[in-house]
Design a protein around this ligand. Structure first.
Ligand code: XIL
Length: 358
């Protein structure tokens, strides 16, 4: 297939995405062959940490997974092994080994580590959920969990998702074990406890659908604005970025990121993926590219956005098919670790941003 000026020939699809791949601002072609430059190489000059969630079993058992991971990414997030049910399956019996293995792998490959997650309503061990603790006991249990965990990982992480998914879509607080027992003051408390345990790591509020302007994003904005005003130690907001090609994408993500940044907060895209109804086809894959672009471009245009993490990078290990029936193919690489059109879109955004900032 002939190579048109300013376009990328995708190795798998044999497609030419002219519309997504305009020539660089100075009129020259983008670096060629763009698909052979890794994401981490392309992200370094724009000071962006580009990460992925890591499946610990794939890391242990799949050499291709491991090699692609260390070549392509400069940051990792534990997909599951820093969650409470993994870290403390029985009260007082700690299981740090899988998370520590991930940290060792990251350090051997010069990758940074994002912490995920201290407080959430899912993946809480049954000993917490299924006993009749008093509110005071639960408060102590949560504080101890946060402080133990933050202390264990002290100095190893650059950001922590302290609080995850505390909001409903309509902007009200989610009814969780924490809200019910501790009251809404728990939100400020969990950040204070994390800060007491580790004063250097950046503390984040993290949620999905924040990238869409609406009641949920407005509520998150109001809450973190209140926390900042009260001097609560919060450093950033994570836009998870779980999108679907069938739903369309928001065009005001940059404006949304900027209002949080204007509070003095950092922004991270923490869990990006763009699922689609299966089977895939070239048209859906093109829409998926636009989905990734709809998150990455605003991040690159927002000075406060310093890291961008995808929630898994190969369709072979994506969480999507197990949770969203009939959907999948959400990641940048397919099940055989071959690049998809979305990878080229990501590479192209990074290459253009490098031209724009430097
Ligand atoms: C998901 C993992 O990917 C799955 O393996 C696990 O079974 C459930 O949790 N938002 C989050 C992540 O903050 O922790 C979730 O991860 C995906 C949605």
């Amino acid at each position: 297939m002939p190579q048109r000026s300013g376009s990328i020939t995708l190795p798998v699809m044999g497609l030419v995405l002219g519309a997504l791949t305009p020539a660089l601002a100075d009129g020259r072609d983008p670096p060629t062959p763009i698909t052979q430059r890794t994401i981490r190489e392309l992200a370094a000059p724009v000071d962006l940490r580009f990460g992925t969630a890591v499946d610990i079993n794939a890391l242990a058992n799949d050499a291709t997974y491991r090699d692609t991971l260390s070549r392509q990414f400069s940051s990792v997030t534990a997909e599951n092994v820093m969650k409470w049910d993994t870290l403390e399956p029985q009260q007082g019996a700690f299981n740090y080994a899988p998370a520590d293995q991930l940290i060792a792998f990251a350090s051997a490959n010069r990758m940074a580590v994002r912490g995920h997650v201290l407080v959430w309503h899912n993946q809480i061990p049954s000993w917490v959920n299924e006993q009749a603790f008093t509110p005071d006991q639960l408060r102590t249990i949560l504080r101890d969990h946060i402080m133990e965990t933050a202390r264990h990982f002290k100095g190893k992480l650059y950001q922590w998702d302290v609080l995850n998914e505390a909001l409903n879509e309509d902007g009200t607080l989610r009814d969780t074990i924490w809200l019910r027992n501790l009251g809404e003051g728990y939100i400020a408390d969990v950040f204070r406890w994390a800060h007491m345990a580790d004063r250097n790591v950046k503390l984040f509020y993290n949620d999905f659908n924040l990238e869409f302007f609406g009641p949920k994003s407005d509520a998150a904005f109001a809450i973190v604005k209140g926390l900042v005003a009260q001097g609560v130690p919060i450093d950033g907001v994570g836009f998870q970025g779980h999108l679907g090609a069938q739903f369309g994408f928001d065009t005001r993500v940059q404006e949304n990121m900027q209002r949080f940044a204007d509070l003095g907060l950092e922004i991270s895209v923490t869990e990006a993926d763009v699922r689609m109804p299966l089977p895939t086809d070239v048209f859906k894959l093109q829409a998926q590219s636009q989905g990734y672009h709809s998150l990455l471009e605003p991040c690159l245009l927002t000075r406060a956005c310093g890291s961008f993490t995808v929630w898994g990078y190969s369709d072979k290990y994506s969480w999507v098919p197990g949770v969203f029936t009939g959907q999948g193919a959400a990641d940048l690489f397919d099940e055989n670790f071959q690049p998809k059109p979305a990878l080229a879109a990501v590479q192209h955004d990074l290459a253009l941003a490098a031209k724009s900032r430097h």
